[in-house]
Each structure stands twice: as structure tokens, then as C-alpha cells.
Design a protein around this ligand. Structure first.
Ligand SMILES: Cc1cc2nc3c(=O)[nH]c(=O)nc-3n(C[C@H](O)[C@H](O)[C@H](O)COP(=O)(O)OP(=O)(O)OC[C@H]3O[C@@H](n4cnc5c(N)ncnc54)[C@H](O)[C@@H]3O)c2cc1C
Length: 379
């Protein structure tokens, strides 16, 4: 297996890092979603990294996308903004591209690639989190449309999104099936709560989205009725790969900040980088980053070779999230009291990182999946 980047991948990586540093790190945009930054990144074309050229995309491979998203997480320290971008790309736009009919793709993909419409995914409900298939949002088919009723909770991008991929239950031949639909915010009966106040990821707005007798055109069904579970699993596989690929870049950024600080900060008349207690923390960071990166590129390779990576993305999600939190915690320790001060930006990194043990399925649920898929391997 060749781990070297092609010249084109290296060029893209450098371009994204430079762009992120120049356009996406504005301090005044750390607490709220910035439409200016959104317009900037939309012009970069990264939304369409894996979308066919006929829809305005770059038609790149999973591997090149991994390089690009890792670079975005490294260059852009606004983790909330990166989270918003990833939600749009992977579980909004790309799911429509993968499972939508040509009519649906023509209707939504060009605008989403250009950043004119923002995507979000709506699975979770107030009483159905880890037990996602226990959802109660209901869908009924009529002669000319589907009618949806229900409430979706913790929807990232909710307040800024125009297009939702929404999962609901539908009864077919007396059996309950899960189906996925593309629902526009403009459809009558769709309402968003006011933005939730969260611990971190401040620049990615989140809310509850309600659907009250929403009439959804028949053509807005993704795949077939009953495909919902497969679509959800595909979305989670993409999410666990790419929403965590950027964390590999973020860990690298935090580690480099620690190396610089440890060389500059003096105690006992010498740089603190002379103390093993400090350098071993940085060495542990490096190990976590390398292991994470290896897993990321293995997943990208699997997907480029049209293989399932459901087990691998669970392992990656679990490992990266726990590594990311531990890297941020150790970074705060290396910075001493300065690390606790907002000015040094590590407390924000820590607050942003903590959520990743919960979203995309909690880490407990990843351990369940990893055990289930591993315990049958040798049967
Ligand atoms: C920042 C953020 C962004 C999010 N964005 C979105 C989004 O865009 N769209 C969306 O649909 N959802 C989103 N979510 C919701 C997220 O997917 C859920 O929070 C997650 O699936 C867990 O559900 P829950 O919070 O209801 O926890 P619960 O399912 O109630 O779990 C509570 C605790 O019980 C544990 N637990 C539950 N069941 C088991 C089990 N079988 N085995 C072991 N432990 C178990 C969990 O690990 C957890 O510790 C987001 C959440 C966060 C924090």
C-alpha cells in the first residue's frame, strides 16, 4: 500500500491549509456561524470534493477527500465551523447524491455544491437517541405525497439549513419500515426552535426541528421505502470517517502549538521542553495522531476499493474521539494556568472536543458495534 500523497493531493492539502488560515480563523466568528466564511469556503469548492463534475463537483476519491478534510481541520481552528461544513457535505449533500434519483440530484446538488443551500441530517429525537430506530416520527403515504409528523432533536446546522435528510417510520403491509426523505425548510409545517446553547462548537448552530403535517413530494423519497436503515448506516459511516478526519488535523495543530510553547516557556532557567513529563505528553500526542491517521487512510482505501468500512469507522470514531480529548487535556496541562485562559484558545479546543464522544453515536455504542462485529468474525 502506498502512503505517499500524489503531487495533486499535496497541492490541494497546501491550498486548503493556506486558505483556512487566511479566511476561516477570524476571532470574531468563533461564537456564531458566519455566512461570510461560508461564502468564502463555498468558492473554494470543497463541498463538491466527491461530487461528479456534471453537478459542479471535483469528483475526487475517498482518499483525496480524507487529505482535504484533515487539512481543513488542521488549518481551521474554528472547529464549530468545520463541523457545520462537514455536516453539510457528508450527511446532507452526499447522501442525496448517493441515494437520490436523477430528478432529486438535479434539484438539489448543484446548489448545495455551490453553497447556496445548506444541508443537515435529522435522525435523533428527544426519546430516541442511541436507539435511533426507536424513532416515532411517522410518515403516511397518500396518492400524491408523503405526510410527515414528528420532532427531531439536536440537529446540527438546523437553524441555517435549507435542506434536511429526515428519517421516519412508515407502515407498509402492516410492518414498520424506516425511510429517508429530503425535506426543505420551506415546506409548510417545518419549524425550527431557537438555537440551543451548548458547551462548545459554538459556530455550528443546533436546534430542534418539528414536522407538522408536512407534505413531501413523492420524488423526495431517498432510495426505496425500507432503505432507511441502509441510508442511515451509510450516513453514519461517512460521518464517522470525515467528521473525525478533521480531528486528526486538529490534534496535529494542537500538538504543534504545544511543541512551540514547550520550547519557549522557561521554568527553573530552562525551557519546559527539557522536562520529560512535558515531552512525554507530546510524544503520546504524536502516537495518537499517527495511529488515527493510519486508520483514516485505511478507511479511505477500503471505500475507494468499494468495500464496507462500518467496523473500521466505528473503531476510528472511538479512537479519534478519545485521543482528541486526551490531546486537548494534555495540551492544557503543558500550558499550565495559561491553558485555562480563554486567550490561549485551548479551553475552546477542549470544549469543542468533548462533544465527539457523543455525536455520530456515543462511544459506548461504538464499543457495542465493535464487539458485535468482532465476536462473529471467528464463528
Ligand atoms: C454536538 C452534537 C451534534 C449532534 N448533531 C446531530 C445531528 O445533526 N443530527 C442528529 O440526528 N443528531 C445529532 N446529535 C445527537 C446524537 O446523535 C445523540 O446525542 C446520540 O446518538 C446519543 O443519543 P442521546 O443523546 O439521546 O443519548 P442516550 O441514547 O440517551 O444515551 C445516554 C447514555 O446511555 C448510554 N447508552 C444508551 N444506550 C446504550 C447501550 N445500548 N449500550 C451502552 N450504553 C448505552 C449512552 O452511551 C450514553 O452514555 C448530536 C449530538 C451532539 C452532542
Amino acid at each position: 500500500m502506498d502512503f505517499s500523497l500524489t503531487k495533486e493531493q499535496q497541492r490541494l492539502k497546501n491550498e486548503i491549509i493556506k486558505f483556512s488560515r487566511e479566511h476561516l480563523n477570524k476571532m470574531e466568528c468563533m461564537d456564531n456561524f458566519s455566512f461570510d466564511m461560508w461564502n468564502n469556503i463555498s468558492q473554494l469548492g470543497i463541498h463538491g470534493i466527491m461530487i461528479p463534475e456534471e453537478y459542479g463537483g471535483m469528483n475526487e476519491s475517498y482518499t483525496t477527500a480524507a487529505v482535504a478534510i484533515e487539512a481543513l481541520g488542521y488549518g481551521c481552528k474554528n472547529n464549530g465551523f468545520v463541523f457545520a461544513v462537514n455536516n453539510h457535505i457528508w450527511v446532507g449533500q452526499n447522501i442525496i447524491n448517493m441515494f437520490g434519483s436523477n430528478v432529486l440530484k438535479d434539484k438539489y446538488i448543484p446548489d448545495m455544491v455551490a453553497g447556496k443551500r445548506i444541508g443537515a441530517i435529522a435522525i435523533t429525537e428527544a426519546d430516541a437517541g442511541s436507539d435511533a430506530f426507536g424513532m416515532s416520527t411517522s410518515v403516511v403515504e397518500t396518492d400524491d405525497c408523503y405526510i410527515m409528523n414528528g420532532n427531531k432533536m439536536f440537529i446540527s446546522n438546523g437553524n441555517i439549513a435549507n435542506i434536511f435528510v429526515v428519517f421516519g417510520r412508515i407502515v407498509v403491509n402492516k410492518t414498520i419500515q424506516i425511510a429517508a426523505f429530503v425535506v426543505e425548510k420551506e415546506f409548510a409545517g417545518v419549524t425550527c426552535s431557537k438555537e440551543f446553547e451548548k458547551m462548545g462548537l459554538d459556530s455550528c448552530p443546533m436546534c430542534e426541528v418539528s414536522f407538522c403535517d408536512v407534505k413531501i413530494p413523492k420524488e423526495n423519497l431517498l432510495g426505496n421505502i425500507g432503505n432507511g436503515k441502509l441510508i442511515m448506516m451509510t450516513a453514519l459511516e461517512l460521518e464517522r470517517c470525515y467528521e473525525f478526519a478533521c480531528h486528526v488535523g486538529a490534534m496535529q495543530r494542537v500538538m504543534e502549538k504545544c511543541i512551540k510553547y514547550a520550547k519557549e516557556r522557561k521554568q527553573f532557567n530552562m525551557p519546559i521542553s527539557k522536562f520529560q513529563a512535558v515531552t512525554h505528553k507530546i510524544a503520546d500526542m504524536r502516537v495518537k495522531i499517527e495511529m488515527s491517521r493510519l486508520l483514516l487512510y485505511k478507511i479511505a482505501w477500503l471505500k475507494d476499493n468499494k468495500k464496507s468500512a462500518f467496523l473500521e469507522t466505528s473503531i476510528f470514531k472511538l479512537y479519534v474521539s478519545e485521543s482528541y480529548i486526551s490531546v486537548c487535556k494534555d495540551a492544557m496541562q503543558i500550558f499550565g494556568a495559561y491553558g485555562y485562559m480563554k486567550e490561549y484558545e485551548l479551553e475552546r479546543e477542549m470544549r469543542d472536543a468533548l462533544a465527539c464522544c457523543v455525536y455520530s453515536g456515543t462511544n459506548d455504542m461504538q464499543r457495542n458495534t465493535i464487539y458485535d462485529l468482532s465476536s462473529t468474525l471467528w464463528n
